[in-house]
Design a protein around this ligand. Structure first.
Ligand code: ADP
Ligand code: MG
Length: 741
């Protein structure tokens, strides 16, 4: 649609350097800093907020709580203060009703060269209080322009100046300015604000400059832009046209039109993400035959009747039934299993693998880390007992002869279950008859990686993705939008919920007392320290210091220490010592998050809890409360916390429900900050929609996309042509989108 000649002056794929006000240098800058190359990219760079610029304030009426103010007045004098990093330029500014300071920490020379004293400026920025004085740091400055000056009149400015310098009887020009702004050429009271980088600002490409460029593009849009949604959708939801939406998102004619533009563009964005996922899903299911597995099989039954160590929960039974239905259907299973920590996903995984084996196929279970892979191996082997099912482990550490044997036996079909890390799919591992792949993951496996997996085999295996951390529904719809969903919403019986306590690190005495009591009762305790890649050294230091303290505090206890810098064998040995009860305290970084199952451990102390994400805290908490006794999770934080952090800690104290915690986390932090979402690519490269807030729009978009995919996957219906064409265009420009099929 876009390629045709409806819009002769403007093509979306045109290089931005030809736009008035851009040129090769700015084009290069926009390209490097914001990845904006074409006119289409530029128009898709929406403002992140809008500011009411009609109103002028008096200095006498502003305070430090106002978000933004616009003033008109003059600089009385400049002063350079401070040294080194504190060096700054201060301009003493007045409008006759009071004084404020304008402050610059950067670009001091630019300020000196460009701004003059005793010339009227319109100043815009955020007022702050510093040492009892109001200042505006890095204000936007504009000379009160010629028409403005002329209308206000030289005499008035004369008066104004006199007023500034202390003479009586001057007129307040502010009402005139207010009236003028309201009627001035600008057609809107809402001025867009665009995000720009430091480098852009330094080179004069600030929000205003971007807005000017947008204005120039708008001038080129002398005809109506072609529509990007089909008429029936526009009518159904009462959307404004694409043309109106795009114009109003950059230059809203009024608040109502801005809201309409936002609604339309959010829908559109989510709709095409869903179209992409659902089209791919539909095509996959048509293209890929599934492996029919008609039998429950002997291994499953033997296990079920003779080896099952406990009664399955109803939720586990239901999920196994859902998986069983998929596996015998003749279609390829692509299922997401969500279940809270400790809900018993491993058992479900094992029983599904036994079905595959009973139908003559091999299975593979992949874990995000070697430690977890090893734990799966141990769990599965002990559950299977003397059953004749061969299970092997394949990770990066399995090398040489052993590796060779495993690869060989996989190819021969002599191995029934392969336990490995995610590396298995990248590797040159070849199965003889792979029937089922289980991914035990932690948000680390996006649509694109899974796509690779289905294509690995000639006949696509069934796939079950298990998430240890429950994900909010809206997130699942994008991140795992191509999967059917099963949920384990019930914990095995007899568990006492873990009691969660928030404690400041200034109150260690009572913390240690509680721990001493637990240890006297024969229980074990974890101390976990955060580990963040960028600050590995500091974290290690924290852990070492903590270790020394704990050894001193608990002289009668044996203490284990595990962190990422240890060799695998050393880690394992320490874990083993703790698991067997030889040591009573485990001091560790988050490596234990996924690694250990020690039912006798009853206290989880998380140091610097403010530095963890909620779902990670929830994961860690799940390491205790595995036995029948009351367990505790103690979140230790510093005393000074931001409001948001305080809220997050409170959520943990209040709730043991992983789903609720995930929802809250999404609301508080937005999708971009949730663990692992960055790696997931496409779903979060959103320009205007917000998965945390736009759940209803997302559901509408998904339903509409599903309807089109169901009705017209072959792309014959002219009513939908606009959708298929636009999707094709988008897939060309969105690199991540192309990756999934
Ligand atoms: P997760 O879902 O976090 O992977 P696991 O599979 O590790 O949970 O199970 C947690 C613990 O609960 C394990 O010790 C497991 O043996 C036990 N378990 C699983 N299902 C049941 C059940 N139906 N009844 C009792 N205990 C169970
Ligand atoms: Mg698990």
């Amino acid at each position: 649609m876009r390629g045709d000649n409806l819009v002769p002056l403007l093509k979306f794929d045109q290089d931005i350097k030809f736009i008035q006000g851009v040129g090769p240098n700015r084009a290069d800058l926009l390209n490097k800093e914001l990845d904006i190359k074409t006119v289409g990219d530029l128009l898709g760079y929406y403002p992140y907020k809008y500011i009411d610029r009609t109103k002028f304030y008096r200095i006498s009426e502003i305070n430090g709580n106002m978000p933004y103010v616009q003033l008109v007045g003059q600089i009385l004098s400049f002063e350079e203060v401070g040294e080194g990093r504190g060096r700054r330029m201060v301009a003493h500014f007045s409008d006759g009703t009071g004084f404020i300071d304008l402050v610059w920490f950067q670009g001091l020379r630019y300020v000196m060269q460009n701004y003059q004293v005793r010339v009227p400026y319109v100043v815009f920025g955020k007022p702050q209080v510093f040492k009892g004085r109001i200042n505006v740091a890095h204000p936007e400055m504009e000379k009160a322009d010629a028409t403005l000056a002329a209308q206000v009149g030289g005499a008035r400015f004369q008066n104004y100046q006199q007023q500034l310098f202390g003479e009586e009887g001057a007129e307040d020009v502010r009402p005139v300015m207010n009236a003028m702004a309201a009627t001035s050429g600008q057609n809107s009271s809402l001025r867009p604000a665009y995000n720009t980088s430091e480098r852009m600002k330094k080179r004069g490409l600030n929000s205003n400059a971007v807005s000017k460029i947008m204005g120039n593009v708008m001038k080129m849009m002398d005809r109506e832009l072609p529509e990007t949604l089909p008429a029936f959708i526009i009518n159904r939801y009462g959307f404004i046209s694409y043309d109106q939406a795009l114009r109003n998102i950059h230059f809203p004619s009024n608040p109502d039109m801005l809201r309409k533009a936002q609604a339309r563009l959010k829908f559109e964005e989510l709709f095409y993400v869903q179209m992409n996922i659902l089209k791919y899903t539909k095509e996959r299911s048509r293209k890929i035959r599934g492996i029919p597995m008609p039998h429950v099989g002997e291994p499953f039954n033997t296990f079920f009747y003779h080896h099952l160590p406990f009664k399955l929960t109803n939720a586990q039974k239901r999920v196994i039934r859902e998986v069983r239905e998929d596996m015998k259907s003749g279609k390829q299973m692509n299922r997401l299993l969500q279940g809270d920590v400790g809900s018993g996903k491993t058992m479900v995984a094992l029983m599904c693998m036994l079905i595959a084996i009973g139908n003559g196929f091999q299975s593979c279970i992949m874990a995000p880390t070697e430690i977890l892979a090893e734990q799966h191996l141990a769990t599965i082997q002990s559950l299977l007992g003397d059953m004749s099912v061969r299970v092997e482990l394949l990770t990066g550490s399995v090398k040489g002869k052993k590796r060779e044997t495993i690869l060989n036996d996989l190819l021969n079909g002599q191995i029934d279950i392969l336990v490995g890390t995610h590396a298995v799919i990248e590797d040159k591992v070849v199965f003889s008859k792979l029937g089922l792949v289980i991914i035990d993951e932690q948000h680390r496996f996006g649509v694109a990686q899974r796509a690779k997996l289905w294509l690995k085999n000639e006949v696509a295996p069934h796939v079950l993705v298990m998430t240890a951390t429950p994900i909010p529904r809206t997130l699942a719809m994008t991140l795992y939008g191509d999967l059917d969903v099963s949920i384990i919403d019930e914990l095995p019986p007899g568990r006492k919920p873990v009691q969660t306590i928030h404690q400041f690190d200034t109150h260690r005495k009572s913390l240690y007392q509680r721990i001493r009591k637990e240890i006297e009762l024969g229980r074990q305790v974890y101390f976990v320290y955060p580990l963040i890649q960028e600050s590995e050294k500091i974290d290690l230091k924290n852990l070492e210091e903590g270790y020394v303290n704990i050894c001193r505090e608990f002289p009668d206890c044996k203490v284990s220490k595990v962190h990422g810098k240890l060799k695998q064998a050393e880690k394992d040995a320490e874990m083993q010592r703790f698991a067997s009860g030889e040591t009573q305290i485990m001091v560790a970084t988050t490596v234990i998050e996924v690694g250990v199952n020690v039912p006798n451990a009853s206290v989880m102390v998380i140091e610097n809890a403010e530095r963890f994400g909620l779902s990670q805290l929830h994961q860690l908490r799940g390491r205790v409360g595995r036995g029948a006794d009351q367990s505790y999770c103690i979140l230790v934080t510093k005393y000074q916390l931001t409001t948001e952090t305080r809220k997050r800690i409170q959520i943990m104290v209040d709730s043991n429900d992983g789903f609720e915690i995930a929802e809250q986390d999404l609301k508080l932090r937005g999708p971009g900050d949730l663990e692992g979402t960055q790696q997931s690519g496409m779903a979060f490269d959103l320009r205007i929609a917000n998965i945390a807030r736009d759940g209803i729009i997302l559901q509408m978009a998904r339903d509409a996309a599903q309807e089109i995919v169901d009705n017209d996957i072959d792309q014959h219906n002219p009513n939908y042509a606009v959708v298929w064409n636009h999707l094709k265009e988008l897939r060309k420009s969105q690199i991540n989108w192309g990756a999934i099929s």
